[in-house]
Design a protein around this ligand. Structure first.
Ligand code: NAP
Length: 343
C-alpha cells in the first residue's frame, strides 16, 4: 500500500476547499487499516476520511496521515421477517440505501440522498425525516486505536442519541469504523412521520421506493443532493446543528420578537429543538447571500456553499458572522455540524 505525500484534500470533500495532507493512503481492507496503524509513527496524527461530505479542511491542510477508508462490500442475510445487512464502511451510503429499498427492506428509506459513506452513519447517528440509523444498527465493527485491536460494539455500546454517539463525543478519535450491521424489516412499512413527506402522499401509504424518490426530490429542491450541475449543492450539507434549548428560551425569544411562537419541536424534558435555519433567517441572513467566494445556498439557509474558488478562511468568515449575529440576537450559540480539520 502506497503512502503518498502532499496530496490535495479539497477534491475529496463536497465543499471542495482546503489544503493538502502531509501523508495520504487508501485503506481497501481491514488488513490495510491494521497495517497502516501498526506502521504509523506514534507522533503522527491520523485522520480517517470517508465521503468528505461533512468536512471543512483548513487552507493549510492537515499535517499528518489521512487514511481514506475504502472498505467495500454489502452482504444480505435473510431471517423470518427481517434481513441483516452488513456493509463495508467505505461503501457509498446512498447506493447502500438504494440496494436495500430495491430489496423491499424498510428502515433506512428516509435517509435517501444523503451524501457520504456508510462509516460516517453511526458516528453522527445520521437521521432525517424522523428516522435515524440507530433504529436499525445492530452493531459496528471497529479498529480500537487505544487498545490496538478489532472490536464489535453493540448498538447500546455506541451510545446513540440525537446526532451523536460515543464516536463523536466521549470516545472521539478512538475507533475506526470498518463495517456496520443493520437490521431491516422485509416488506415493512415506510416511515412517513414528517409533514414534508406526508404532503406528498395525501394520506395513502407509499411504497418504500416511492418514499425514497420523494425524499430525494425534497432534498434536491433544497440543493441537498450533491449534483455537479447545481452550484448550490457545493456544500457540507447543514452547516449548523439544530439547537436544543430550554422551553423558556423559546418563549422568551417569542416575547421579545412579539410573535406568537418560535417554531420548535419537542426534545428532552423541558427542552425544545429550534430549526437553526429559522434563527439564521430571522437574524437577517437571506438565502443566496454572498460573502466573497462563500455564500448561503439559494435553496437552504442552513447550507454554506463554495461559490467557486472559495478558501477555507472565507467559509469560516461566513460561519463566524452567522454564529456571532445569531448569538447577539437570540443568545443561542449555533454549533457547526461539519468536522473542522487542520484549524
Ligand atoms: P427540515 O425538514 O426543514 O426541518 C428543520 C428542523 O425541524 C429540524 O430540526 C427537524 O428535526 C425539525 N422538524 C421538522 N419536522 C419535524 C417533526 N415533525 N417532528 C420533529 N421535528 C421536526 O430540515 P432540513 O434542514 O431540510 O433537513 C431535512 C432532514 O434532514 C431533517 O430531518 C434534518 O434533521 C436532516 N439532516 C440530518 C443531518 C445529519 O444527520 N447530520 C444533516 C442534515 C440534515 P430533525 O432534525 O430532528 O429532523
Amino acid at each position: 500500500m502506497e503512502i503518498l505525500e502532499n496530496i490535495p484534500l479539497a477534491p475529496f470533500t463536497t465543499l471542495g476547499v482546503g489544503g493538502p495532507a502531509r501523508h495520504f493512503a487508501r485503506a481497501r481492507s481491514v488488513e490495510d487499516v491494521l497495517h497502516l496503524f501498526s506502521t504509523a509513527q506514534d507522533s503522527e496524527e491520523v485522520f480517517i476520511l470517508g465521503g468528505g461530505s461533512n468536512l471543512l479542511i483548513s487552507d493549510a491542510g492537515f499535517n499528518g496521515l489521512v487514511i481514506k477508508l475504502e472498505i467495500g462490500g454489502v452482504g444480505f442475510q435473510n431471517y423470518d421477517d427481517h434481513t441483516l445487512v452488513e456493509v463495508g464502511a467505505g461503501e457509498d451510503w446512498d447506493g447502500s440505501v438504494a440496494a436495500c429499498v430495491e430489496r423491499d427492506l424498510a428502515g433506512v428509506e428516509c435517509l435517501s440522498g444523503i451524501p457520504g459513506t456508510v462509516g460516517g452513519t453511526p458516528v453522527q447517528n445520521v437521521g432525517a425525516y424522523g428516522q435515524e440509523v440507530s433504529e436499525s444498527i445492530v452493531s459496528v465493527r471497529c479498529y480500537d486505536r487505544r487498545e490496538r485491536k478489532l472490536v464489535e460494539l453493540s448498538a447500546l455500546e455506541c451510545g446513540f442519541a440525537y446526532r451523536t454517539s460515543i464516536f463523536n463525543t466521549d470516545e472521539r478519535d478512538r475507533y475506526v469504523v470498518l463495517s456496520v450491521l443493520y437490521r431491516l424489516i422485509r416488506n415493512g412499512p415506510p416511515k412517513i412521520a414528517y409533514k414534508d413527506l406526508q404532503e406528498r402522499f395525501d394520506g395513502r401509504e407509499p411504497t418504500l421506493a416511492e418514499t425514497r424518490a420523494a425524499v430525494i426530490a425534497i432534498r434536491r429542491e433544497k440543493s441537498m443532493v450533491i449534483d455537479a450541475a447545481d452550484p448550490n449543492s457545493r456544500s457540507a450539507g447543514s452547516f449548523f446543528k439544530n439547537p436544543i434549548v430550554k422551553t423558556s428560551v423559546a418563549d422568551l425569544i417569542a416575547e421579545e420578537m412579539e410573535i406568537d411562537r418560535v417554531p420548535h419541536f419537542p426534545a428532552d424534558e423541558g427542552k425544545v429543538k429550534i430549526p437553526a435555519a429559522w434563527l439564521i433567517e430571522r437574524a437577517g441572513f437571506e438565502k443566496g447571500l454572498v460573502l466573497g467566494n462563500a455564500g448561503i445556498s439559494r435553496n437552504h439557509s442552513l447550507a454554506i456553499i463554495n461559490r467557486g474558488g472559495a478558501s477555507a478562511s472565507e467559509i469560516v468568515a461566513l460561519k463566524d458572522l452567522i454564529q456571532k449575529t445569531v448569538f447577539d440576537k437570540f443568545g443561542i450559540s449555533l454549533q457547526p455540524e461539519p468536522i473542522l480539520l487542520g484549524f
